[in-house]
Design a protein around this ligand. Structure first.
Ligand code: ADP
Ligand code: ADP
Length: 265
């Protein structure tokens, strides 16, 4: 089964040019796909059409089955869902942002658990009422990304690279089937950028390998996880992505392995 399938997706903004033109794309579980292209090529539009932060003008978006062997429906058409269905489906799509989008006054653990919850509670001591299994899972994920000892620190006490690792952990705590990652390294230095890209690749690979924990989409869950990473740094994409899709003026101009990419793409 596929994690994601785009069929002839197009987007025309009101009073604008075609930002996305007839894009078809299939992404298997475990694949970490780098979406590259110059500014204005349509990368953000493509990512936003998937979770329908932007409504596509035409075409379809299919999200794969919730887990290997899950009952029918085999896949769901995101582009056809109503409000409630869309809200449920979005829980299966983890978002990772350029500026991390953490709640700075909350702790690392609280930020991660807000991913599990799907929103940020504003009443006090919500952490105490959290299911212990979810907290244990969050610690396990934080430990995986090297942040267990920082769990009780406020998010604004961390470095940029650490904050992005919290962003990744928050998305994983949501137990997603798909990660949408928008320019994850744009506010990081080159060395930290490489660490974050490597981590993204690794957590996806690990999520597709079963171990004894048996839950979530986190490392070792054995549950499929794919990622689409919007990244304009071509060298970084080539170094860490399994597959590169190049966009130009809303069309796919390259789709293949990183080493097949010619300099003009
Ligand atoms: P990228 O992420 O590759 O830089 P975008 O998806 O942001 O590209 O933009 C693709 C095209 O769509 C550009 O021509 C941009 O100007 C246009 N565009 C993006 N967002 C909007 C919007 N909200 N309204 C109108 N045009 C938009
Ligand atoms: P505590 O005194 O334990 O810190 P609060 O006074 O913050 O708890 O909240 C009292 C109760 O109201 C809690 O059980 C909490 O679950 C509930 N509550 C507060 N705000 C909300 C909300 N926005 N949605 C749902 N439940 C809420």
């Amino acid at each position: 089964p596929l994690a994601l399938r785009l069929v002839r997706l197009s987007k025309r903004y009101p009073a604008g040019d075609l930002a996305l033109s007839d894009v078809s794309l299939s992404v298997p579980p475990g694949q970490v796909l780098g979406l590259i292209g110059p500014s204005g090529a349509g990368k953000s539009t493509l990512i936003r059409c998937i979770n329908r932060l932007v409504e596509p003008t035409s075409g379809q978006v299919f999200l794969g089955p919730a887990r290997p062997g899950s009952p029918a429906p085999d896949e769901i058409e995101l582009s056809a869902l109503g409000r409630r269905g869309l809200r449920r489906a979005r829980r299966r799509i983890g978002m990772i942002f350029q500026e991390f989008a953490l709640v700075e006054r909350l702790t690392v653990m609280e930020n991660v658990l807000s991913g599990r919850l799907g929103y940020v509670p504003f009443w006090r001591s919500w952490l105490r009422r959290f299911p212990p299994a979810d907290i244990a899972n969050a610690y396990r994920l934080l430990d995986r990304v090297g942040l267990a000892e920082h769990a009780d620190k406020r998010a604004d006490a961390l470095s940029g690279g650490q904050r992005q690792r919290v962003g990744i952990t928050r998305a994983l705590a949501q137990e997603p089937d798909l990660l949408l990652v928008d320019e994850p390294t744009a506010s990081l230095d080159p060395k930290t950028s490489r660490q974050i890209m490597r981590l993204l690749r690794e957590v996806c690979a690990e999520a597709n390998r079963a171990d004894d924990t048996g839950r979530g989409s986190g490392p070792g869950s054995g549950r499929g996880l794919a990622a689409i990473v919007n990244i304009h740094d071509v060298a970084l994409a080539q170094q860490f992505m399994m597959r590169i899709v190049g966009l130009r003026a809303g069309r796919i101009v390259y789709d293949g392995p990183p080493d097949g990419l010619s300099p003009e793409v």
